[in-house]
Design a protein around this ligand. Structure first.
Ligand SMILES: [Mn+2]
Length: 356
C-alpha cells in the first residue's frame, strides 16, 4: 500500500516536513543517495517558493510510474513533487525559470535549480489563479543522457496523475495506475470505498490486478479486478484503454469514477455502470468506444472532485504534461475556502508530443 504525502505549507516550519516527505518517497522509490538529495532539495525549494511568492500552498509528494511507458522496459518508479498554490501566479514563466531570477529579494536560484537537477520539471501558472510547479526525480539518467522521455523509447501516449489523501492522511483510498502491453495502453483509477487504510487496500489491489491484466480489454480487466478485490471493501473503478495502432479508445467503469474525454476542445463524459468492484459487479458490462487521436485528452477522477465539476475548455490541452493537468484540475476544483471532503485522485492520458 503506497504512501502519499500532502504537506500544507503556510509557515517555514513546514518546509522541513516537505523535505522529509521527499526523502521518504525517495526511499520508497529505491533512489540512491545523490538522487534522494535531489528530491529533498527540490521539495525544499518548491516549499520555500510557496511561502515567498504565493503566501503558502501545499506540496504533494507521491511515487508514480514514469509518464511514458516503453514496451519491454520495467517501469521504474519516480518521485513526483507538486507544489500547488492559489497565489497571484507568475506573469513570465520563462523568466522565472532563468537562474538568478527573483521577485522576492532572495538568491533566486530556486526554480532554475529545480529544472536543472530534476529529471523533469514543469511550471504552469495563470495570473490570478495560481501556480503548479511539478518535478519528477527518478534513478540517475543513463550516460547517453537519454531520459525516459527521450524519443525512441516512447509509447505514443503519456499519463500522469495526482493523489491527494483526505485530511492529510498517510494513505489515500484512491489509486491510479497505467500499464502497457504492445500497442495497448491502459489507464485505471480506483476509489476504494470510504477512505483511510482499508480503502487504500482495495484500490491498491485494483492497481496490482491491472498490472497483471495489461493486455485485456477494459470490461475483461474489470472482471479480473472484481475477483481480485473480493475480501476487500471494494472500489469504484474506471478503465480506459487506447489502442495506438487502431487509434481507438475503449472504456468501461463500475461505480462513481468520473471519466471525461475531450477532442478539439469539446468534452464529453464516458459513462460507468452502477456497482462496486469486488462486492457487486453488474451482470453485463458494455464498453464504450471512441476515436483516439493526437488532440485527445482523457481525465479520470474520483468523487473527491465536486460531483458537478466539468473541465474548463482550457484544460483540453494535450501539449501540457498530464500530471500538471491533473494538479491544475485539483487546484481549480478546490480552494482554501472550499476544501475537498474525500480522497481525491485525478489521472490524465494524452498523446505524446515527442512522437509527432
Ligand atoms: Mn473515496
Amino acid at each position: 500500500m503506497p504512501r502519499v504525502w500532502e504537506v500544507p505549507v503556510h509557515d517555514s516550519t513546514r518546509v522541513r516536513d516537505a523535505r522529509v516527505a521527499a526523502e521518504h518517497a525517495a526511499a520508497a522509490a529505491s533512489l540512491d543517495e545523490p538522487r534522494t538529495a535531489v528530491a529533498a532539495l527540490v521539495a525544499t525549494e518548491l516549499a520555500t517558493n510557496l511561502l515567498k511568492h504565493a503566501g503558502g500552498g501545499r506540496v504533494l509528494i507521491d511515487v508514480v510510474a514514469p509518464p511514458v511507458l516503453a514496451a519491454g522496459r520495467d517501469a521504474d518508479p519516480v518521485v513526483q513533487i507538486a507544489a500547488i498554490d492559489h497565489g497571484p501566479g507568475i506573469a513570465d514563466v520563462a523568466e522565472a525559470l532563468r537562474d538568478g531570477f527573483s521577485t522576492a529579494g532572495s538568491l533566486g536560484a530556486g526554480l532554475g535549480t529545480c529544472r536543472r537537477i530534476a529529471g523533469h520539471f514543469e511550471l504552469h501558472s495563470v495570473p490570478g489563479r495560481g501556480t503548479v510547479a511539478l518535478a519528477r526525480v527518478g534513478a540517475a539518467l543513463p550516460r547517453t543522457g537519454a531520459g525516459p522521455d527521450a524519443p525512441g523509447l516512447t509509447a505514443g501516449v503519456r499519463a500522469g496523475g495526482v493523489n491527494v489523501p483526505f485530511g492529510g492522511a498517510e494513505y489515500s483510498g484512491d489509486a491510479w495506475a497505467w500499464v502497457r502491453s504492445g500497442d495497448r495502453v491502459t489507464l485505471m483509477l480506483a476509489d476504494g470505498l470510504g477512505h483511510g487504510p482499508e480503502a487504500a487496500l482495495a484500490s491498491t489491489a485494483a492497481a496490482d490486478a491491472l498490472r497483471a491484466s495489461a493486455g485485456l480489454p477494459p470490461a475483461e480487466a474489470l472482471r479480473r479486478l472484481d475477483g481480485a478485490l473480493r475480501g476487500t471493501r471494494g472500489a469504484a473503478v474506471a478503465v480506459a484503454q487506447v489502442d495506438l495502432r487502431a487509434g481507438r479508445l475503449r472504456f468501461a467503469g463500475i461505480g462513481n469514477v468520473g471519466a471525461r474525454l475531450c477532442a478539439a476542445g469539446v468534452w464529453r463524459p464516458l459513462v460507468s455502470r452502477p456497482g462496486i468492484v469486488g462486492v457487486h459487479r453488474p451482470g453485463t458490462l458494455r464498453e464504450e468506444e471512441a476515436v483516439w487521436g493526437d488532440d485527445h485528452l482523457l481525465i479520470l477522477h474520483s468523487d473527491g472532485l465536486p460531483s458537478r465539476w466539468t473541465p474548463p475548455p482550457e484544460t483540453c490541452r494535450p501539449c501540457v504534461d498530464p500530471a500538471v493537468t491533473a494538479a491544475v484540475t485539483v487546484r481549480d476544483a478546490s480552494s482554501p475556502a472550499r476544501p475537498v471532503r474525500d480522497d481525491t485522485a485525478v489521472a490524465v492520458l494524452t498523446s505524446n508530443p515527442s512522437d509527432r
